[in-house]
Design a protein around this ligand. Sequence first.
Ligand SMILES: [Fe+2]
Length: 281
Amino acid sequence: MGRIVFAGAMSHVLDPDYYERACGATGRQKVEAAMREIAAMGERLAATSADALVVVADDHLNAFSFTCVPAICVRIGRTVQRMSQDHAEAFDQVLEHMPTSYPLHEALAGAVLEQGVTAGFDLALSWEAPVDHAFLSPVNTMHGDRPIPPLVPIWVNCFVAPQPTARRCFAFGQHLARVVAASPWRVGIIATGGLSHFPELALARVGETDTVFDRRLIHWMERGEHEPLLDLSADELHKSGSHEFLNWMVLLGAVTPARAVVRYFGELPRINLAAVEWSLG
Ligand SMILES: [Fe+2]
């Protein structure tokens, strides 16, 4: 019988040069501190000898487009390519130093997709979408030079209204846990993004965060109290700039009622950096 052997969530722009440009020396120091904790989380994941790593992240309208915005999309196939863009955003330029191709766990992705559709989740699927910094910055920071286990990338639509609800993302995470439990595999799961940045997706508000809101999320996660998080509305996530917390909601559904252990929380004007791990017992 399979089991989730590791669960963690973290911010996904992990580039000291980027933060030094955006926030000065403090930006560099804080992201480096977060990255040290994320690397240590990777060591603990490696110690579990997981067969697969599920990565729940969001699209930044670079893998998908307004032609089609899937609510939740499972990447299937045997390998996934690192995204390559002619005019990459600054935080995607860090990808250039990373491996170009990553193995996928085809059987687990197929089970998540097929059993999900049977269970009533109208999941999208992709054979071709490449992965950007939201997947590869955390994965590479966690693994360094160690081999990366086969991945199961999953995209959640965090930015284009109407997004899936927090409750629906949590329910999908519960589905992931059921699939893993019925499988023969030991599986790690990470959710990436956030915390608060880019409130209301208003350019005029870049540089603001909502730390009170984020500390409330952390308070509930530390206590394993997930009920209040199910009621988070799209409006609350939009106003606070914690849109990407929907990815974390998937992870919470997969591990509930496990309690979070905060490995790093650091406020910056640009974003609240976080690295959190769950005690799975
Ligand atoms: Fe992002």
